[in-house]
Design a protein around this ligand. Structure first.
Ligand code: 2M8
Length: 535
């Protein structure tokens, strides 16, 4: 049986991809000799030996990962031992992923990265719990439970829970800027942000439970019982406080709530927000201490992010007032598809703990109808974000348009249209040679930027979501291709925060937790279902 395409041997700042066994470069499955990875990933074509420049310092020679309060993230980590000699097999990557997750753990939760994001982030913790649950089910349960200790009385799970142990200068905007205590709904004595993130947590909880070893099944069920009312409250918050039109679609009031903060999906709205002179006190961006300015949002966008934060803070984080006045009010197809996917997970959880699954199926059905009725633009054959302030469907072709693949009841013609787009030159160009999936923005669009935060680069969380969505609709070829490409990106560049789709180079933070967690999940789930051969 053919093996995976090869391994990198790092030496003197260069890495080589070495073919260790026959490489199938055919475009068609039937032309390949067996069910090797490449026979299923006919677009991931690799030359037999390619020299690739690796960022200086991208490979950690010692394998050590600092547990201190660092001033910058440790070098990109691919595994322990002598990396210069070690072939990066899937098992080596899995071991390295575990080390990253352990090194980023801080007591009862895991930081997204040690320097750039030194607090607990909401959807990061959900992704991290899924990855951790393969080797530490108890730790995964604790990760989610810790996050929900900061849930607001409204049911909102805040996007950030601040760690009192982190240095006050570690992250901006920190707790002194957010001032969550202004809201009577915020937890007392536990500073958080005042906005939320995609509600992926019910789905993550179900996955964590599924991975529990048999001797923990009772503890895991008891945990699900404890989590269920909190997960229901989170979903109810979205369906009530965040649905201004009462039609089944939740609106976000800040791009940070989408998790895809700087996405061109909302440029037309976000980009026109003017920050009045004097609206912001002088501030220092901390993100630029740890990441290249070319990788991060521009100063102008950062000022808009902060301005929106100030408006929300001035409203004491009161939902009704913010919904009525925020200049940014957006319905994101990915955010709502995640809500729907979590409702289906809640239906399953309800079944497991003896609660009634029906309300969750009904809630999912309502979101399904609204996604298709309001966000599917048949003229464009695409789901579009909906700017409620201007009442415009945004035409930008970004990864958020593919989110509704997470709906198991999505009609077949719509699934086919999404897959056509995913396989088009916009998201799947046939470049020959190295080839990486899935860019977060149309590669042919004028504003495509292969390096800048959410404006083109590949992220492993969007890859993971698409992988799930494609498998739900029986599109396993493309799903496997996404896994193979994710593995190849990590082999090449380590557990970076995001990756340039043109050359696979890594950007943003190193040793990024969700990259480690979700690669683990994709590889181990593919292995256990026997869908993909990875060596
Ligand atoms: C990024 O967002 C934060 C703000 O919440 C930031 O840029 O400072 C996003 O990628 C978001 O999706 C992610 O949860 C967070 C931490 O990884 O970083």
């Amino acid at each position: 049986m053919a093996q995976f395409v090869g391994a990198y041997l790092a030496a003197s700042g260069k890495a080589h991809i070495h073919s260790r066994s026959p490489i199938c470069v055919s475009r068609s499955l039937k032309d390949c000799p067996d069910n090797s990875l490449l026979s299923r990933t006919d677009h991931l074509q690799l030359p037999r030996s390619v020299a690739v420049e690796v960022d200086k310092g991208a490979v950690d020679d010692t394998g050590a990962v600092s547990q201190d309060q660092p001033t910058s993230d440790p070098p990109s980590h691919l595994g322990s031992g002598d990396l210069a000699m070690a072939p990066r097999t899937a098992d080596t990557l899995l071991a390295a992923a575990r080390e990253v997750l352990d090194a980023n753990r801080s007591g009862r939760y895991t930081r997204p990265s040690q320097a750039l994001y030194p607090h607990q982030w909401s959807w990061d913790s959900a992704f991290i719990a899924v990855g951790r649950s393969w080797h530490d089910a108890e730790g995964a349960r604790l990760e989610l439970e810790t996050l929900f200790e900061a849930q607001w009385e409204t049911g909102m799970v805040p996007s950030i829970v601040f760690d009192a142990a982190a240095s006050p200068d570690a992250y901006f905007p920190g707790p002194d800027v957010w001032q969550s205590e202004r809201s009577p709904s915020a937890p007392r004595g536990l500073p958080t942000s005042g906005i939320t993130q995609p509600p992926i947590h019910a789905r993550a909880a179900l996955e964590v439970h599924r991975h529990a070893p048999p001797d923990q099944s009772t503890a895991s069920l008891a945990w699900l019982e404890r989590m269920y009312p909190r997960l229901v409250a989170q979903q109810r918050y979205m369906a009530t406080a965040r649905d201004p039109r009462g039609i089944g679609l939740a609106a976000i009031v800040h791009p940070w709530e989408s998790g895809l903060d700087d996405s061109p999906a909302w440029d037309r709205d976000f980009g026109r927000i003017e920050v009045p002179a004097g609206a912001l006190a002088p501030y220092q961006r901390r993100d630029l201490d740890h990441a290249s300015p070319a990788d991060r949002p521009t100063d102008a966008d950062y000022a808009r992010f902060l301005y929106l934060l100030m408006l929300e803070r001035d409203a004491n984080y009161g939902d009704a007032r913010i919904i009525a006045t925020s200049p940014f009010l957006m319905v994101d197809p990915l955010f709502n598809a995640i809500r729907l996917w979590s409702e289906h997970a809640l239906a399953e959880i309800a079944g497991l703990i003896g609660a009634d699954p029906e309300p969750h199926r009904a809630a999912a059905g309502r979101i399904h109808d609204a996604l298709i009725g309001e966000l599917w633009v048949s003229r464009r054959q695409r789901f579009c974000a909906w700017d409620l302030r201007r009442d415009q469907r945004e035409p930008e072709d970004t990864v958020v348009s593919f989110g509704p693949l997470l709906d198991p009841d999505l009609p077949r013609p719509i699934v086919a249209a999404i897959c056509r787009e995913l396989e088009s030159p916009s998201f799947h160009p046939r470049r020959g040679g190295l080839h990486y999936l899935v860019p977060t923005f149309d590669e042919r669009a004028a504003g495509f930027d292969p390096e800048r935060y959410w404006r083109g680069p590949i992220w492993l969380n969007t890859n993971w979501l698409l992988w799930h969505g494609l498998r739900l609709h029986g599109r396993s070829g493309l799903a496997d291709e996404i896994v193979a490409s994710s593995v190849e990106l990590v082999r090449r560049s380590g557990f970076r925060e995001y990756f340039d789709p043109l050359d696979g180079s890594g950007h943003g933070s190193s040793n990024f937790s969700w990259s480690a967690a979700l690669l683990t999940d994709m590889v181990l789930a593919s292995r256990s279902s026997g869908t993909l051969v990875l060596s």
